[in-house]
Design a protein around this ligand. Structure first.
Ligand SMILES: NC(=O)c1ccc[n+]([C@@H]2O[C@H](COP(=O)([O-])OP(=O)(O)OC[C@H]3O[C@@H](n4cnc5c(N)ncnc54)[C@H](OP(=O)(O)O)[C@@H]3O)[C@@H](O)[C@H]2O)c1
Length: 262
């Protein structure tokens, strides 16, 4: 499937109510995809559904759902099956972070984060990948983070979860390549979205200086997905950091990350 080949295909985007996910939805709609928008805030999804319909004339469905709830991915999958909606493009984007010292963290919030960022992402991939392999076509994009490349104090559990997403996605890229299904991991650095408000961190000067626009990050993700790259890091500063990090001792990089997060 190329850019043009996406016309009339169905794209499911998790975390579509704001930030990078909303931009994925706009850009895939502009390429002619039918869009399925998933997140918890229904009114935001409906506003985006209307925007997509008015601007691009493409159909969009909304599914208001907490993907960290027990068995939510299976319920979503069954609901789309019942509607006869086959998903050609899965954008596994929903995710959030909890900022702060791990031993002070409210456990339930941390557990739900891991449930969403790791378990729901894996379960959705398992469900939709099987259908894609049967059709010998499809794209899966997993949103990780530059936090995936090193231990990150104050984002310890979140960054470790994103390391899971990176390695999981890169392994699947190889597993599924012979079947014709593309798997791409997008590793954004700091991006201007609701992310930092949700995480509870005031952005540092470095983060403000290097922040990218969510529309640019989504564009790079889609472009890389369409050429079936295994992994992409948007922005030259983020790319340089991702390239440099594995060359250094991990504890040194953990110390650097700790200084950058305060
Ligand atoms: N912004 C950054 O600096 C940055 C950097 C690296 C990686 N990322 C990653 O990029 C992805 C998108 O984040 P963003 O920056 O666009 O932040 P965002 O604006 O906060 O968007 C997060 C999306 O996830 C959805 N979501 C949160 N909890 C959910 C749940 N339990 N069930 C279903 N949907 C849920 C939110 O919608 P509702 O609240 O309506 O449910 C929202 O649509 C995340 O995976 C994040 O980890 C972001």
């Amino acid at each position: 499937m190329s850019n043009e080949g996406l016309r009339g295909k169905t794209a499911l985007i998790t975390g579509a109510s704001s930030g990078i996910g909303a931009d994925f939805a706009r850009q895939l709609a502009a390429l002619g995809c039918r869009i399925i928008l998933v997140a918890r805030r229904e009114e935001k999804l409906q506003a985006l559904q209307k925007e997509i319909h008015d601007r691009y004339g493409t159909p969009a469905e909304t599914v208001a759902m907490d993907l960290s709830a027990p068995n939510a991915p299976q319920k979503l999958f069954d609901r789309l099956k019942a509607q006869n909606l086959a998903v050609d493009v899965l954008i596994n984007n929903a995710g959030y972070a909890v900022y702060g010292e791990f031993h002070h963290m409210e456990w339930e919030r941390c557990r739900q984060m891991l449930e969403l960022d790791v378990v729901a992402l894996s379960h959705l991939t398992r469900l939709f990948a099987a259908d894609m392999v049967r059709c010998s076509s499809g794209y899966i994009l997993l949103v990780a983070s530059t936090g995936a490349f090193q231990p990150t104090p104050l984002y310890a559990a979140y960054a470790a979860a994103k390391s899971y997403v990176l390695y999981f996605g890169e392994a699947l890229h190889h597993e599924l390549r012979p079947s014709g299904v593309g798997v791409t991991v997008l590793c954004p650095g700091v991006t201007r979205t609701e992310f930092f408000d949700v995480a509870g961190q005031e952005m540092t000067a470095f983060q403000r200086m290097t922040a990218m626009d969510s529309a640019d990050v989504a564009r790079i993700g889609i472009r890389s997905m369409l050429v079936k790259r295994s992994c992409v890091v948007p922005g030259w500063i983020n790319t340089a950091i991702a390239w440099f990090t594995p060359l250094m001792p991990r504890q040194f990089m953990a110390g650097m990350a700790a200084r950058m997060m305060k």
